[in-house]
Design a protein around this ligand. Structure first.
Ligand code: DAH
Length: 359
């Protein structure tokens, strides 16, 4: 026992001496390992306790604990001392002139054209009082289809279009076929109505959507922006005025809009919205030639819209006898292609810098 206590005493003195002399944090770490580490000196002493008589162990254990605490606090103190000294040295050293120009300026990057288009669209609606909302990309069938009044036999539900999440991946939490990658941003309409509880609801939701499709104008992952406005006395005139104002803000002040009747299960009535061609100004001709962007029609189809179906309001927890609303949805890739005159959607996803640098 006496020899173990003597070892502890000399360990304690060596630690105090060496820690006081340590000149940097790396040296302190080495000392910590040497004295307190798993294979360090203190551990070696503790291993020697096995040979002691049972009544001697508590005494040695108590001293060992005290030595460990002491070494730890010496290490803490030394760390603080070194950090303080480093700060002092920095302050005393030559000042850094933050106003000097950098010697090798890094080339500045910029946002992807799709990010830019989505942000621009959302910003226009933000100026009209819309709040940016979001929802999950892995969505329940109920939000993506059912609550939006899309019947079970609707072609959009086909395996060919919709990516379903396999039952095995769901850990038994859901039936297979009930979880999918959202095919549009419209489910956010229901989520937003339920979240806000009661009108007014004015949300805009940019986000990723998924469909099993791939060609010059389709990608399995693409982006949409959804909009929803619900309140008392909302009419089709509000829908027209809002989307016409949006088209002028996004495509330019002279842009005209036209509404064509169309069918979407979650609106009634529904309309597709065209804008005058942003490339040829609506004339159908560009530089004496046929305008390829609008195929000489002078019009571009840009979004779907309509008055929110009463059943959809109900599914969002809103009383359709008191409130009305309008909704709209547009493809971000298409909005960017039309604005910048890009003819192949796949360019957005190839990440070729020669393409991206043009924006
Ligand atoms: N969700 C539709 C689609 O992906 C687009 C759409 C049409 C959204 C009409 C709407 C709407 O909100 O009112 O094709």
């Amino acid at each position: 026992m006496a020899s173990l206590l003597a070892q502890l005493e000399s360990l304690s003195q060596a630690a105090a001496r060496d820690i006081a002399a340590a000149s940097d944090e790396k040296a302190l770490e080495e000392l910590r390992v040497r004295f307190l580490g798993k294979k360090g000196e203190l551990s070696a002493v503790l291993r020697g306790m096995g040979a002691l008589a049972a009544e001697e162990r508590p005494k040695v254990g108590e001293v060992a604990n005290r030595v460990r605490d002491q070494v730890e606090s010496l290490l803490d103190g030394a760390r603080e001392r070194l950090a303080g000294a480093r700060l002092e040295a920095e302050l005393a050293g030559p000042p850094i002139d933050v106003t000097l120009a950098g010697r090798r300026p890094l080339p500045r990057g910029h946002r992807h054209p799709l990010t830019r288009a989505a942000e621009e669209i959302a910003a226009i609606f933000a100026r009209l009082g819309y709040e940016v909302a979001s929802g999950p990309e892995i969505e329940l069938d109920w939000y993506n289809f059912e609550a939006l009044n899309i019947p079970a036999d609707h072609p959009a539900r086909d395996m060919q279009d919709t990516f379903y999440v396999e039952e095995a991946a769901l850990g038994g939490a859901h039936r297979s076929g009930s979880v999918l990658l959202r095919t549009h941003t419209s489910p956010v309409q229901i989520r937003a109505m339920k979240r806000l509880g009661k009108p007014p609801v004015r949300i805009i939701c940019p986000g990723r959507v998924y469909r099993s499709d791939y060609d010059q104008t389709h990608s399995p992952m693409f982006h949409q922006v959804e909009g929803l406005c619900v309140d008392e006395h909302i009419t089709f005139a509000d829908l027209k005025g809002t989307l016409a104002a949006f088209a002028r803000a996004y495509f330019g002040p002279g842009t005209r809009t036209r509404f064509r009747p169309s069918y979407f299960p979650f609106v009634e009535p529904g309309a597709e919205v065209d804008v005058s061609c942003s490339i040829c100004g609506g004339s159908g001709r560009k530089d004496g030639k046929r305008c390829g962007t609008c195929k000489e029609t002078g019009w571009l189809e840009v979004l779907g819209s309509g008055m929110v179906h009463p059943r959809v309001l109900e599914n969002g927890g809103i009383d359709p006898s008191r409130y009305t609303g309008f909704a709209f949805g547009m493809g971000v890739e298409r909005m960017a292609m039309l604005k910048y005159g890009i003819d192949d959607l796949r360019l957005f996803f190839e990440n070729d810098l020669r393409f991206l640098r043009q924006f």
